[in-house]
Design a protein around this ligand. Structure first.
Ligand code: SF4
Length: 443
């Protein structure tokens, strides 16, 4: 079980010597419990305590990095069973399949699409992650050529899906330096696959018929030097995938079976319900999800779902307070005041763009709260508006003194007028009505 801060504190030397960089042993214990420092940072621990603290405070699901460079991604490192307990930290990588039976042009078209597809939502870039190259004919040279075709187009993270070590090595000979995920070791050939993982410094996916033998296999692979593992829980039954993924996460988080404390791999094609398997993987602990090329329309849904699951529920996504321009606003342009909750900002910005009115947006710091919550919590106040007008030099940007506030901030309108000396117009509650509002109210 993971140790709590007070349990850790009892094991510390309590010298308060600050050599760990923390002011007291208690602070060190609290940070160690939340994974912000390492047991090794305290030089006064005896060997046994250091080992105990190290084992009980490192993330119960090991982190594994796939790929190198800008598009590489890390999975694992999770510390809770349910998102509301803290957060899920490392979103699953979605890997699009190409087969070594496809011709090079088809492969390259798919790879270019994964490389170039970009969706921006609430200020964040959302992308598919990489390519899974699948050996279908068992031919080393066909597999090597397919990997070459991928490499010719993009530096994307890859999964090399070939169970025959000779075929696997033909792919690794092309891209082994770029840290692809090797898929997959089984009890029959794990020695050869571990040797390849060690030789090329790559993570290794493993698979076995049940969780008990999967745990034994992970121990064997770790002993063989391949310690960056990913557990393949692919099954023809979606129900089975869900059950085993939940069981693996429970074993890992409770630390009852550290040999299952690794990220999870799911090949969504195996169930015959690939879309459902992809949703299941995103929602329930999948870390590497292999799928056939996802049509652009569904891609948007998967990416948004993943973004929603892997944002910190206790930390709203915020935008930096300041002045933002929509179009090319002159001194007579309307100024919209709103909060720094990203979703609010991007929603209003989108509707302002669509309205065709060049405008200014004054974004004030409400710690990421939405308008309604910020008003109720007293985070959006007349003094904040007064200070923000001054801080961002708004009087120098326009030739008028009229501020448009959100409809939900209407109760503050009189106080803002008194505090700032600006005329306040109460805007619509729904940003979708902003164009109609401007046509009627802004002359
Ligand atoms: S180095 Fe160790 S003993 Fe010193 S303050 Fe930090 S935790 Fe306490």
């Amino acid at each position: 079980m993971a140790l709590k801060a007070l349990d850790i504190y009892k094991l510390l030397p309590k010298k308060n010597c600050k050599e760990c960089g923390e002011p007291t042993c208690l602070t060190f214990a609290m940070k160690l419990a939340s994974g912000k420092v390492k047991a090794e940072d305290c030089p006064h621990l005896d060997e046994k305590v250091r080992e105990l603290l190290g084992a009980s405070t490192r993330p119960p699901v090991q982190k594994v990095k796939i790929g190198v460079g800008e598009r590489s991604f890390t999975v694992g490192g999770e510390i809770v069973l349910f998102r509301h307990e803290k957060a899920f930290f490392h979103e699953p990588g979605i890997m699009t399949v190409v087969s070594d039976k496809m011709d090079a042009d088809t492969i390259q078209e798919i790879v270019a699409d994964v490389r170039d597809h970009l969706m921006v939502r609430i200020g964040l870039d959302l992308r598919m992650n990489g390519i899974a190259v699948c050996s279908e004919g068992g031919s080393p040279s066909a597999f090597g050529k397919a990997v070459e075709a991928v490499e010719a187009v993009a530096d994307l993270p890859e999964v090399l899906m070939a169970e025959d070590p000779a075929v696997q090595e033909a792919g690794l000979a092309v891209c082994g330096n770029f840290r692809p995920l090797i898929h997959a070791a089984s009890h029959d050939q794990y020695r050869e696959m571990c040797a390849l993982a060690v030789k090329y410094g790559c993570p290794l996916a493993i698979r076995a018929p049940d969780l008990g033998s999967l745990a034994r296999l992970s121990g064997l692979c770790a002993a063989g030097g391949a310690s960056h593992l990913v557990l393949d829980l692919t099954s023809a039954s979606l129900h089975e995938v869900l059950n085993s993924a939940t069981a693996v996460r429970q074993h890992a988080i409770s630390r009852t079976t550290p040999a299952l404390g690794y990220p999870i791999f799911i090949d969504t094609r195996a169930t015959g319900l690939p879309d459902a398997a992809l949703i299941c993987g995103v929602l329930k602990y999948g870390s590497v999800l292999v799928a056939d090329a996802v049509p652009k329309e569904s891609r948007k849904a998967f990416l948004v779902l993943r973004q929603n699951i892997y944002t910190d529920p206790q930390k709203p996504i915020q935008i930096t307070p300041g002045i933002y321009r929509v179009g090319n606003p002159g001194p007579g342009a309307p100024i919209f005041l709103t909060v720094n909750f990203s979703l609010t900002y991007f929603t209003l910005q989108g509707y302002l763009e669509a309205s065709g009115f060049d405008s200014l947006m004054l974004i004030v710091d409400t710690e990421g709260l939405s308008v309604l919550t910020a008003v109720a919590a007293g985070k959006l106040s007349e003094t904040l508006v007064r200070d923000s007008l001054k801080q961002f030099g708004v009087p120098d940007l326009v030739s008028h003194k009229t501020l448009i506030i959100p409809g939900y901030a209407a109760p503050l309108s009189g106080r803002i007028e008194d505090e700032t000396g600006w005329k306040v117009l109460v805007g619509p509650r729904d940003a979708a009505d902003v164009a109609e509002f401007l046509e009627k109210e802004w002359t």
